[in-house]
Write a protein that binds this ligand. Structure first.
Ligand code: ATP
Ligand code: MG
Length: 193
């Protein structure tokens, strides 16, 4: 039942995100990136897990490049739909290591030498479409992050535009909130952690 509500929110959120003018989104992305780079989570993290943004999302490439410049290690996920929707993270050091897997989805090429285990990640930046002030999130619907986060104990945050925040996002028992959501205006810390 709740799953159905989430699907409705997904469709709506995607539509809203799609219709934000490019220039406006770029402006938001810059402001949010600035906030993120000043945050305690960013400063203390050496290994950062992040995704390469899809067309409708906030561009994460400037964040990745900043991390490289600061000598942080960047890891990005590869999804395994045939392995019960698990996700593995690979070290990402160069833009030509990307593979266009589906439409506008970019993932790392599978290279066992670059595989990084979840214990070695200091900060994960969790993607999502819609968030609430407790850190609950509606993602793309694969349950990839919810599964991954069950065995991940370090910092987890999300970045979003203020317009992606609502008072309460419907959530189910397996949905795990992030520690904080960083927007262009504020940092919303999960009050329970
Ligand atoms: N810890 C888990 N173990 C097994 N299945 C899970 C777990 N977490 C979520 N799922 C499954 O994944 C499906 C999708 O979950 P949900 O609708 O919350 O997606 P989402 O949070 O938007 O996706 P993502 O986590 O990839 O961002 C759920 O229907 C659920 O059955
Ligand atoms: Mg979920």
């Amino acid at each position: 039942m709740i799953g159905m509500y989430k699907d409705t929110f997904r469709v709506l959120s995607k539509r809203i995100l799609k219709h934000i003018p490019k220039q406006e989104k770029k402006q938001y992305a810059e402001e949010i990136t600035t906030q993120l780079l000043l945050s305690e989570w960013w400063v203390r993290a050496e290994v950062i897990a992040i995704t390469v943004a899809r067309e409708i999302e906030l561009d994460t490439m400037p964040i990745i490049e900043k991390a490289w410049k600061q000598d942080k290690t960047v890891v990005i996920p590869k999804c395994y739909p045939d392995e019960d929707n698990t996700m593995r993270f690979y070290q990402f050091t160069n833009k030509n290591e990307l593979e266009n897997v589906f439409l506008d989805l970019y993932e790392p090429k599978e290279d066992p030498k670059k595989l990084v285990s979840s214990q070695d990640i200091d900060l994960i930046i969790v993607p999502g479409l819609l968030f609430d002030y407790q850190g609950y999130r509606i993602g793309y619907g694969g349950g990839y992050y919810d599964r991954f986060l069950t065995s991940y104990n370090q910092d987890k945050i999300s970045i979003a535009m203020e317009l992606q925040l609502v008072k309460h996002v419907p959530h189910e028992v397996f949905d795990l909130p992030v520690d904080a959501v960083i927007t262009e205006k504020n940092i919303y810390k999960n009050p329970d952690i």
